[in-house]
Design a protein around this ligand. Structure first.
Ligand code: 1GP
Length: 256
């Protein structure tokens, strides 16, 4: 009797990330096609690759053109060897030219659309083009950030890390394979250390932390608190030297 219930296959990009994670934390560089030109993106991505970032994420809260995403990612792919992963704000951010997509659900949104609606609309495209989808639970802190406004997020109380832990555990039990604690691009402060520590000690899946990480000291603190993956976007676009220093800090925590 044939069975159609074979185990879920982990794709190439996710396997690569997991393999890298075996030797310690990793850094990912986020580039927003709405705020930089593709030429500038290529320059940043090449340099970040040389210094040791593990992959490039492409996305932004207001990406609205699939054609632009196609072109942006095709050009990046021609110039670097590390994977390019879509970090979608919506369905139109999907392109078949990326190595993978963070297939993400904004767990603490009040909108059905950001929890499962966009994902449902994107799924046939993903299947048709056999895009590697990496399930990611996205938990966004409220602040003066685009993602918080557009994603219509429910507040997470400052003094109650157990609320974040509960979301993260729910994500793990639902089968998500990564959890992302997002302070929002350009946030005044990164996710607080006590929250990162509480989540890290409660889940077994890799923990991504991003938003507001600008200095080496902040990167160190986020890593010391237990982040497996740190994402920086703003400094990549504004200060390449600083980006390099942050990547170097992450690499100091690695065993390779
Ligand atoms: C945003 O977490 C990322 O989605 C990166 O934030 O731009 O503040 O580095 P920054």
């Amino acid at each position: 009797m044939s069975s159609n219930t074979g185990s879920v296959k982990i794709g190439r990009t996710e396997s690569y990330l997991l393999e890298r994670l075996e030797k310690g934390p990793i850094h990912l560089t986020l580039l927003d096609p709405e705020s930089i030109t593709v030429d500038r993106a290529v320059k940043i991505a090449k340099e970040a690759e040389t210094v040791g970032t593990s992959a490039i994420m492409v996305g932004g809260s207001t990406v609205s053109s699939q054609n632009e995403m196609d072109e942006f990612i095709l050009t990046l792919k021609k110039n670097i060897k590390i994977p390019v992963i879509i970090f979608p704000n919506n369905v139109q951010a999907l392109t078949r030219y990326a190595d993978a997509v963070w297939y993400m659900s904004l767990l603490n949104s009040v909108e059905w659309y950001y929890i499962i609606g966009a994902q449902m609309q994107a799924a046939p495209f993903i299947k048709r083009h056999q895009i590697e989808a990496i399930p990611l639970a996205y938990i966004v802190f409220r602040g003066d950030t685009a993602v918080s406004a557009i994603g219509r997020v429910l507040p997470i109380p400052d003094n109650h890390p157990e609320v974040v832990v509960a979301y993260a555990l729910a994500a793990q039990y639902l089968g998500f394979r990564f959890v992302y604690l997002e302070a929002g691009s350009g946030a005044v402060q990164p996710i607080p250390p006590n929250v990162i520590k509480a989540v890290k000690s409660s889940i077994n899946i890799p923990l991504i932390v991003g938003g507001g990480i600008r200095t080496e000291e902040q990167a160190r603190q986020v890593l010391e608190s237990g982040a497996d993956i740190i994402v920086t976007g703003t400094i990549a676009e504004e200060d390449l030297d600083r980006l390099n220093r942050v990547i170097s800090i992450v690499n100091r925590y690695r065993r390779d």
